[in-house]
Design a protein around this ligand. Structure first.
Ligand code: TPP
Ligand code: MG
Length: 377
């Protein structure tokens, strides 16, 4: 009721804020003193392989992994066209610096969990291209015995925990894994990946809160490839600088150039080590996907010019130029490596072709049941 507030509202006498009265009994602060957040920028930092302590041999292994991911997916797209692969197929092409920079910067037993755009991270972590391709073909020798397909790559031996189709669904699972790592005192860090489209899911915010509250060893890595299906980030997210959302949880927020493998490597190394010591972070890696959201995407939401401009920043070309300029490898060596990778992918296709479909009786295998679950009687 307008006008009635005067009679019902008591005038408050302003209280003096003393050092003692700043924190309330529950620990919250009464004083209005927003502090600048812990934000980091990993961009244009001029790193060289020497400054990062990377040997020539390591650089070539990193480059090989990026090429393997690219060639694997190009071939997968072709096989999809030939109807060898059915269901969904989301390609990671353009984002390879994220997977390689992260994997090389962290421990092989640091668990990785991601969304459905999962081939790149799985291959970078060391999943065999044969097991990956057979999974795409829906065959029994696939990494998930042909039952998961493109969106559900899994390789527990390599600490790769999928491959999840519900947008944002894997984030609390990743934080749960971080809880386990802390509880078991393994010193590991849970690398939890998701897309820009997942950051507005409640699951992200609930998980981020617990990660910070319990000081869990986790990196919440958002691969911002500018689009969630056909929706640009700024059309869906009120604060399109996603890393800033870390502030709400008192976490470190980092922005990283995801087209530069050195920046990703540096960021992930530094931040994972801090996370191991109980300081989780939200890591926004700016990247780009060159292909459509999935195989059936007319891509009307972006212009050809945008795509062409982004192709100039291709993380593989950028890295290749570095290797050549710094005499790490010659053009001939890199071409030979490409041929080797192409041959590996063809072998994977042949392997997938020759592997059988899962026999009918496997339908009831790999299913989780808890015999003594009380409500299933
Ligand atoms: C909870 C939920 N809502 C909607 C969908 C449908 N969906 C599948 S992918 C996607 C876009 C996600 O985009 P982003 O997180 O940016 O990942 P990207 O595809 O760019 O890797 C949506 C909305 C879904 N799978 N799950
Ligand atoms: Mg996206």
């Amino acid at each position: 009721m307008a006008g009635s507030t005067k009679s019902t509202t008591k005038k408050r006498t302003p209280r003096k804020t003393t050092a003692k009265s700043k924190a309330t009994a529950n620990g919250a602060s009464r004083a209005f003193t927003p502090e600048p957040g812990d934000f980091r920028r990993y961009w244009d930092s001029g790193h060289t392989h020497e400054s990062l302590g990377l040997e020539a041999e390591t650089l070539l292994a990193m480059y090989r992994s990026m090429m393997l991911q690219r060639r694997f997916e190009e071939r997968a797209a072709q096989m999809y066209g030939r109807q060898k692969i059915s269901g969904f197929l989301h390609l990671y092409i353009g984002q390879e610096a994220v997977s390689v920079g992260s994997v090389w910067a962290t421990r092989p037993d640091d668990p990785i969990i991601t969304a459905y755009r999962d081939h790149g991270l799985a291959l970078a972590r060391g999943m065999s291209s044969k097991a990956g391709m057979a999974e795409l073909f829906g065959k029994i020798d696939g990494c998930s015995r042909g039952k998961g397909g493109s969106m559900h790559f899994f390789d527990v031996e390599k600490s790769f925990y999928g491959g999840h189709g519900i947008v944002g669904g894997q984030i609390p699972v990743g934080v749960g894994m971080a809880f386990a790592l802390k509880y078991k005192e393994t010193g590991g860090c849970a690398l939890t990946y998701f897309g820009d489209g997942a950051i507005n899911q409640g699951a992200f915010h609930e998980a981020a809160n617990l990660a910070a509250l319990y000081e869990l060893p986790v990196l919440l890595v958002v691969e911002n490839n500018e689009y969630a299906m056909g929706t640009a980030v700024h059309r869906a997210t009120a604060e399109p600088d996603l890393y800033k959302q870390a502030y709400a949880y008192g976490m470190t927020g980092a922005i990283v150039d995801g087209m530069d493998v050195f920046e990703v490597y540096h960021a992930m190394k530094e931040l994972a080590d801090e996370a191991r010591a109980g300081k989780p972070a939200l890591v926004e890696i700016r990247t780009y996907r060159y292909r459509g959201h999935s195989m059936s995407d007319p891509q009307k939401y972006r212009t050809k010019e945008e795509l062409e401009q982004k192709k100039d920043e291709d993380p593989i070309l950028v890295f290749k130029a570095y290797l050549l300029e710094n005499d790490i490898a010659t053009n001939e060596q890199l071409d030979a490596l490409d041929e080797e990778v192409k041959a590996e992918v063809m072998e994977a296709v042949e392997f997938a072709e020759n592997s059988p479909f899962p026999p009918l009786e496997t339908m009831y295998e790999d299913i989780y049941t808890q015999e003594d679950y009380p409500f299933l009687a």
